[in-house]
Ligand binder design. Structure first.
Ligand code: ADP
Ligand code: XUL
Length: 515
C-alpha cells in the first residue's frame, strides 16, 4: 500500500492505494476551517491580514497531520504502508530554529506534534501563496539581478509577490533578529515531509521552482538569487532533490502512535500543482490540463526548461522528469459569473445546445474577457473590451466571452512550443458541455474530463507507488481514467476560423494594453 498526502490551502488530504488490485483503499480529508476551528482560519488562512499579507498558522498543519493519521489508522491497516509521498500548497514558508531537527528526532508518541514543535518556530505564522505584500522586495531582487528577464531565465518566473524568495526577503528586512535565529527554512511541503521523516528533508525541484531561487539549468540554488534575497540564505536551505528519491524511513512517532511500519520510506514532498499533473495523468508532453475554477489555470508537461518571454507563465519541475508550465488566469469563473449575472441567465445559457445556435458566428466577434485586473496578461482592464461585427445578442456575447477566455489561454501558452494532443479538463465549470466543447474547438484537440476528487493527493499516492517500483504510465492508465462519455472531439470545420480569430484577438489585445 502506498500513501499520498496533500497539504493544501483549506485541507489536508490522504489517498491510500494498492497498485496490485488497482484500487483506492482509503481517502480522507481534514478541513482546517471545520475540523480545527480553534485556529480561527475558516478558509485555511488568518483573516484580516494588512498590506496584502496572507498568513496561516503552521501549528494548524501539524495538528491536522495528527488528526488525519488518527482517522486513517481507524479506517485502514497502516502497517501495510510501504512508502509515503506528498505535496503542499506552493510558495508558503515555515521558519525554524536550531533545535528543530533535534526535536524531530525525539518526538514523543505520548504527546502531540503541536506542543513538541511549537517552541522550534522562529516565526509564528507562515506567509502563503495568497500573499501579495512583497512588491518592493520583488523590485529589489529584480534590480539586483539586472532585470526581470534574467530572474525569469534563471528561475522560471519573473519575481512574483507570492513566491518564497521575495517573502523571505520581506521577513529578513522586517525582523532581522528572528531571521538570524532561523537556521532552516521549509516550504509547506518540505515541512510536513520532515515531520514525517523525523529529520529535515530537502525541498523538491517541482516545488522549489516556485521560490525564485532555483536555477532551472542546473537544478541547484542560484547563488546570485540567494544573495539578492537575504543574508546567509544558502545555509538555511538544504540542497534540493527529486521527489522520487526516498530519504530514509518514517519517524518512530508515526510507528508507535499510528502503526506505520518502521520500514516505511518517506520521499521529499512536491508542490500541489506538480502533484496534480501526475494525478490528472498528464506527465507526458502533449497532455494539457485546464482547470476551470474560481480562476482558470493551464498546466502542461514540457520536455525542456523554456521560459515565458513575457513573464506571465511559470515553470516548475515535473515529478516524472523534465518541467511543467503553470499559467494562471484571474478572470475564470469570476468573469463567467459576471456576464451570467449581467444578462440574468443561468449556466444552461452556456451549455452546448444554447451555444450551437451561434456556431455560424464562431470566432467572428471578439471579447477581451476581463472584468477588472488580470494577471495573464498583467493589466487592469476595468471591463471587457469588445469588437463585434454582428448584433451583440446575449447568446453571442456569451460565446464571444468564452472564446476570448480560451483564445487568451492559447495565445499565452504558445511560448511552451508544445502541441496540444489532448486536454484534460477539471474544476467546477468543466462539467458544462458547452464550455468544454469550446475548449476543444479553440484548441482543436479532444477534451476529456476526469472523475478525480483530489488530483494532488492521488498524484502523490501515484508518486509513492512509482518509487515502490511500479510504472507511472501504467498506474495512470488505471487510476486517472476519464469519466465515462466525457470525451468531446473538436469540430475541424472551425480550425481556420479560430486561427484567424487568434491573430485578431492578439492584435486587439496589443492595441488595448499598448504592448
Ligand atoms: P475553486 O476550487 O477554485 O474554488 P471550483 O473548481 O470548485 O472552484 O469551481 C467553482 C466554480 O465553477 C463556481 O464558482 C462556478 O462559477 C463554476 N460552475 C459550477 N457549475 C457550473 C456550470 N454548470 N457551468 C459553468 N460554471 C459552473
Ligand atoms: C501556484 C499557486 C497555487 C498554490 C495553491 O503558483 O500559487 O496554485 O499552489 O494551490
Amino acid at each position: 500500500m502506498f500513501l499520498g498526502l496533500d497539504s493544501s490551502t483549506q485541507s489536508l488530504s490522504a489517498v491510500i492505494l494498492d497498485p496490485a488490485s488497482g484500487e483506492i483503499l482509503a481517502s480522507h480529508s481534514v478541513n482546517f476551517g471545520n475540523d480545527l476551528p480553534q485556529y480561527g482560519s475558516p478558509s485555511g488562512f488568518i483573516p484580516g491580514g494588512k498590506d496584502g499579507e496572507v498568513h496561516a498558522n503552521p501549528l494548524m498543519w501539524l495538528e491536522a497531520l495528527d488528526l488525519l493519521f488518527n482517522k486513517l489508522s481507524k479506517e485502514a491497516d497502516l502497517s501495510q504502508i510501504q512508502i509515503i509521498a506528498g505535496s503542499g500548497q506552493q510558495h508558503g514558508s515555515v521558519y525554524l530554529g536550531a533545535g528543530f531537527d533535534a526535536a524531530l528526532s525525539k518526538l514523543d508518541a505520548g504527546k502531540g506534534l503541536v506542543e513538541q514543535l511549537s517552541p522550534e518556530l522562529t516565526r509564528n505564522t507562515s506567509p502563503i501563496w495568497m500573499d501579495t505584500s512583497t512588491g518592493e522586495e520583488c523590485a529589489e531582487i529584480t534590480a539586483a539581478l539586472g532585470g526581470s528577464s534574467e530572474v525569469c531565465a534563471r528561475s522560471g518566473s519573473v519575481a512574483i509577490e507570492r513566491f518564497t524568495g521575495p517573502q523571505i526577503r520581506r521577513f529578513s528586512k522586517q525582523d532581522g533578529e528572528a531571521y538570524s535565529a532561523t537556521t532552516r527554512i521549509h516550504l509547506v511541503s518540505s515541512f510536513i515531509a520532515s515531520v514525517l521523516a523525523g529529520k529535515s528533508l530537502p525541498i523538491d525541484y517541482g516545488d522549489g521552482a516556485g521560490m525564485n531561487l532555483l536555477n532551472l539549468a542546473d537544478l541547484a540554488w542560484d547563488t546570485d538569487l540567494l544573495e539578492a534575497t537575504a543574508p546567509d540564505l544558502g545555509n538555511k536551505l538544504l540542497p534540493p532533490a527529486s521527489c522520487l528519491e526516498q530519504q530514509g524511513t518514517v519517524s518512530a512517532y508515526f510507528t508507535e502512535k499510528y502503526g506505520v511500519p518502521s520500514s516505511c520510506k518517506v520521499c521529499p514532498f512536491t508542490g500541489d500543482n506538480p502533484a496534480s499533473l501526475v494525478g490528472m495523468g498528464a506527465t507526458t508532453p502533449g497532455q494539457v490540463v485546464i482547470s476551470l475554477g474560481t480562476s482558470d489555470t493551464f498546466f502542461a508537461a514540457m520536455p525542456d526548461a523554456k521560459t515565458d518571454p513575457q513573464g506571465f507563465g511559470h515553470v516548475f519541475g515535473n515529478p516524472a522528469g523534465g518541467f511543467m508550465s503553470l499559467i494562471c488566469f484571474r478572470n475564470g469563473s469570476l468573469a463567467r459569473e459576471a456576464i451570467r449575472d449581467e444578462l440574468g441567465v443561468d449556466w444552461s445559457a452556456f451549455e452546448k445546445g444554447a451555444l450551437q445556435l451561434t456556431e455560424l458566428s464562431a470566432g467572428k466577434n471578439l471579447t477581451l474577457p476581463f472584468y477588472g485586473a488580470e494577471i495573464t496578461p498583467r493589466h487592469d482592464f476595468g471591463s471587457p473590451v469588445t469588437e463585434f461585427i454582428e448584433e451583440p445578442t446575449p447568446a453571442l456575447r456569451i460565446r464571444s466571452l468564452l472564446e476570448g477566455q480560451f483564445l487568451n489561454m492559447k495565445l499565452h501558452s504558445a511560448w511552451m512550443g508544445v502541441t496540444t494532443d489532448r486536454i484534460r479538463l477539471t474544476g467546477g465549470a468543466s462539467k458544462n458541455d458547452g464550455i468544454a466543447q469550446l475548449v476543444a474547438d479553440v484548441f482543436q484537440a479532444p477534451v476529456e474530463r476526469l472523475d478525480v476528487a483530489n488530483s494532488a493527493a492521488l498524484g502523490t499516492a501515484l508518486i509513492a507507488a512509482t518509487v515502490g517500483g511500479n510504472d507511472l504510465e501504467a498506474l495512470q492508465k488505471i487510476f486517472c481514467k476519464p469519466a465515462p462519455d466525457s470525451l468531446l472531439q473538436p469540430n475541424p470545420a472551425l480550425a481556420g476560423k479560430y486561427s484567424t480569430a487568434l491573430e485578431q484577438f492578439g492584435k486587439l489585445l496589443a492595441a488595448t494594453i499598448g504592448a
